[in-house]
Design a protein around this ligand. Structure first.
Ligand SMILES: Nc1ncnc2c1ncn2[C@@H]1O[C@H](COP(=O)(O)OP(=O)(O)OP(=O)(O)O)[C@@H](O)[C@H]1O
Ligand SMILES: N[C@@H](CCO)C(=O)O
Length: 329
């Protein structure tokens, strides 16, 4: 047997993420406690049905082009298994789209882990084996986390977002260059626990900005001094987030992407500049336009948008220590 069987159902939960955190362009990511939830069910009745509530309802396609569905099909292709005859996806989306909160990575991670989970045991030794391994309702369904990081990073294009959504907490991701011990053809990530005193404040505008638009304005090359300065601050950032949050303001300074994108999100940079002038460690979240402040539990209440408040929704979502989860239903 090589086809995903009918009669399986999973609940998948995947957190949002913030990429870059200032100097960690395309590498450092942080999971955020805003969640997309999917119930994905296979059946023997041919066809696809998709229902979406919450963020993106009415905007995202509900046919085979839906990002979670397209990702599941791709993942089954990679795994070498046939898709189920019938499939239903019920999406309850809590991650705002095109706000720099990694919504596309969240959806892609959901597709990768749902496809892996639903094909548990398929091809391993016939029907009986596949049915024998399926967990009881409410129990976790295992998936390969390393494969999820790699596949979702490749499909989405940004390992900083995808990795944080897969494993939670703080992540630093990279692609091996194939020399010495740095081998392999997969994106890999290091998951890092945050200092318990660190908290996050998010400012989310109504306006959307597509990531590909924000990337189009970036220069192909950067001055050595800017690259060196960002590398130093990125190293300091990991230290500040894990050991010594008093360095967060200095550690979130960036020269590579925020300034070149300033004209793409002038309101975002106005808020970042205002908050930084008040001593808060404010950065553009991902490709914008949301603003993320890396604060401490003590300083977070004082992080306010002040005279700009009307334009921004202020959220304190926290940083989940778990990433994507899959449970049998
Ligand atoms: N849950 C979802 N279901 C279906 N499609 C989605 C979902 N989330 C995002 N998308 C698609 O991805 C697009 C947003 O992707 P984009 O990369 O521009 O922004 P983002 O991922 O929200 O932000 P960033 O990458 O800057 O953090 C949406 O317009 C939609 O087409
Ligand atoms: N590192 C990517 C993240 C996109 O979410 C960028 O800033 O373009």
């Amino acid at each position: 047997m090589n086809r995903v069987p009918p009669g399986r159902s999973v609940e998948v939960r995947v957190p949002a993420s913030s990429a870059n955190l200032g100097p960690g362009f395309d590498s450092i990511g942080l999971a955020l406690g805003l969640w997309d939830r999917y119930v994905v069910t296979t059946s023997a009745a041919e066809g696809l049905s998709i229902a979406v509530t919450g963020e993106g309802a009415g905007d995202v396609p509900t046919d085979e082009r839906h990002l979670v569905h397209a990702t599941m099909r791709h993942t089954w292709g990679v795994l070498g298994v046939e898709p189920p005859v019938g499939l239903r996806i019920d999406a309850a989306n809590g991650v705002p789209h095109s706000r720099g909160l990694g919504s596309s990575a969240t959806a892609i991670v959901a597709g990768v882990v749902a496809a892996q989970a639903l094909s548990l045991g398929v091809g391993a030794g016939g029907d009986e084996q596949a049915y024998a391994v399926w967990p009881a309702p409410g129990q976790p369904v295992p998936f390969d986390e390393g494969l999820a990081v790699h596949l979702s990073s490749r499909l989405e294009g940004h390992p900083d977002n995808a990795s944080a959504s897969v494993v939670g907490a703080l992540t630093v991701s990279w692609m091996p260059d194939g020399t010495g011990l740095d081998r392999g053809d997969r994106t890999v990530t290091a998951r890092i626990e945050l200092h318990p005193g660190v908290d996050v404040v998010l400012f989310v505008p109504d306006a959307q900005l597509a990531t590909r638009t924000a990337r189009a304005v970036l220069p192909a090359t950067v001055p050595l001094a800017a690259a060196a300065a960002d590398a130093g601050r990125a190293a300091l950032l990991v230290h500040a987030l894990t050991s010594d949050p008093c360095h967060l303001h200095a550690a979130t300074r960036d020269w590579l992407h925020q300034e070149p994108r300033r004209s793409s999100y002038p309101g975002t940079m106005e808020l970042v500049d205002l908050l930084r002038s008040q001593g808060h460690a404010a950065v553009v979240s991902g490709a914008g336009p949301s603003v993320l402040v890396l604060a401490t539990r003590d300083s977070a209440p004082a992080v306010q948008a002040g005279r700009l408040a009307g334009e921004w929704e202020r959220l304190t979502p926290g940083v989940p220590t778990t990433g994507a989860t899959v449970r049998a239903r």
